[in-house]
Ligand binder design. Structure first.
Ligand code: DGL
Length: 248
């Protein structure tokens, strides 16, 4: 059966997930929806985020997407259950902070960075209860996704200096629990040193491959379409630039 793939985030962060998906599944049309008019999701109520996500899924359904990737940890945490119940005929892949990956791979101290919305969610609490070990530190990075969305490098560096320098020398691993954060790995390294990063995009990409295989999906083409809800042309330029760039 033919399908397109829909992928969304509250802004530009989900590109980090799209890149991982393209490594294994290039032969599909991807529709990327950047909901920057509502960014940041992490400081919104669950009801608001569910409503935004519902509208985005309708946009994808109109474009013949049977597979939807929630490339936003906050939206996954708040809305994936609702979306899966409502759209039973769609495959909804929801990213989550790579707690399990860090847990399975290291007993060393790990800093988990995510939005307030993600940490406050029941979904995160369940995940954390299942896999946490005593060496996990949780830090709610209020405001950081927004600085990354606006590409404000000076403020990003200052934010990290002010807020996470206290983990320097204490943690060896960092779970990037928001899809915007992989874009600032080098600034995090400037503050924390040579830490090992974990993020949920590999899990998403693997899940996508299994769904495609199990359902014999094939693509209509191999284009990448971008839509930004604030109709900001700069976002589009930045989107295609990040797709090409190495942001390690
Ligand atoms: N990329 C989103 C996430 O993974 C950013 C959240 C926000 O908009 O606050 O959580």
């Amino acid at each position: 059966m033919e399908t397109n793939i829909g992928i969304f985030d509250s802004g530009i962060g989900g590109v980090t997930v799209l890149k991982e998906c393209l490594n294994n599944n290039k032969n599909f049309n991807y529709y990327y929806y950047s909901d920057s008019i509502h960014n940041p999701y992490g400081e919104k109520s669950e009801e608001e985020v569910i409503n935004y996500c519902d509208e985005i899924v309708k946009y994808f359904v109109d474009r013949d997407c049977h597979i939807i990737i929630i490339a936003c940890n906050t939206a996954s945490a708040m809305a994936s259950l609702y979306l899966r119940n409502k759209y039973k005929n769609l495959h909804i892949i929801a990213i989550e902070p790579a707690i399990k990956l860090a847990y399975d791979n290291s007993i060393l101290s790990t800093l988990v960075m995510a939005t307030k919305g993600t940490f406050d969610s029941e979904k995160f609490k369940e995940l954390f209860d299942k896999y946490h070990h005593k060496n996990f530190y949780l830090y709610s990075c209020v405001g950081l996704a927004n600085l990354i969305e606006n590409n404000d490098i000076n403020k990003i560096s200052k934010y990290l200096e002010d807020n996470i320098i206290k983990y320097n020398g204490i943690v060896s691993n960092v779970v990037l629990g928001c899809t915007h954060y992989p874009l600032i790995k080098k600034y995090i390294r400037n503050v924390l040193g040579d830490v090992k990063f974990y993020d949920g995009s590999i899990g998403v990409s693997n899940r996508l491959s299994s769904i495609i295989k199990e359902n014999n999906y094939i693509g209509y083409g191999s284009n990448i379409y971008f839509y930004d809800s604030s109709l900001n042309k700069n976002k589009e330029e930045r989107f295609y630039k990040i797709l090409e760039d190495d942001y390690e």
